[in-house]
Ligand binder design. Structure first.
Ligand code: CA
Length: 226
């Protein structure tokens, strides 16, 4: 895993570089924001450690620049000042986490590991349950090699069910997450949509994936035949 450290204070930069190398990371160091930006644009990093006060291009400009280039690498920024404003600004500009200097290396290492793990999860662009798969990029749904046409609402509903596979979802959870608000308790909009989805996703296939949990809601999962 390759990490980019953008830090103009050589002592701090070397301290981070040495520590990360000892933990089997490959490390590149940039001593100003501009160099850092070119490196971030030209190489895929697992994480970027970013100082805020930097020559040529400061950490905020750097963040804005990489995010506008759609570089989604997780960024942990270092701030010398313990000012809330700095941290809020950094997070709003697309930073993922921050550390206030001075910090313990173990703390930085722990935060980097969390960000790398999270970054990997974000890259999931396909959901799969049994022989049913949903591609989040192309918004296509396929079951056992057969393409299934869904309305936008049915698609959103299926996506929500698949993201929560194996978990029982109440009608309230479904309405809040798929429709954005809670329906009146007596409406059957969700049941109607679930039935439509079942017709398309489950009908004609040997195993059903969408199950009713009586009095509670619905669950999507692959159940082993008893
Ligand atoms: Ca600095």
């Amino acid at each position: 895993m390759r990490i980019l450290v953008v830090e103009d204070e050589k002592k701090v930069a070397h301290f981070i570089e040495k520590g990360l190398r000892e933990h089997a990371f490959t490390v590149d160091v940039a001593y100003d924001g501009e160099d850092g930006f070119f490196m971030a644009a030209g190489e895929e990093y697992g994480c970027i450690v970013l100082d805020i006060l930097l020559p040529k291009m400061d950490g905020y400009e750097f963040l804005r620049a990489i995010r506008s280039k759609s570089i989604k690498t997780p960024v942990i920024f270092l701030t010398a000042k313990d000012a809330v404003d700095d941290r809020v600004k950094g997070l709003e500009l697309g930073g993922d986490d921050y550390l206030v200097k001075p910090f313990a290396f173990a703390e930085l290492l722990a935060r980097i590991r969390v960000l790398i793990r999270r970054g990997k999860e974000k890259k999931v662009d396909k959901l799969k349950v049994g022989d049913l798969s949903l591609n989040l990029l192309t918004r296509t749904v396929v079951r056992a090699g057969k393409k299934i046409e869904l309305t936008p609402k049915e698609y959103s509903l299926l996506q929500y069910l698949m993201q929560n596979r194996g978990r029982v979802l109440t009608r309230t959870m479904i309405s809040e997450n798929v429709w954005g608000y809670d329906f009146d308790t007596f409406t059957n909009v969700i049941d109607v949509h679930i039935n439509a989805l079942r017709e398309k996703v489950d009908r004609g296939f040997p195993t059903r994936l969408i199950h009713t949990v009586r009095g509670v809601g619905y669950v999507l999962e692959k159940r082993e035949k008893k």
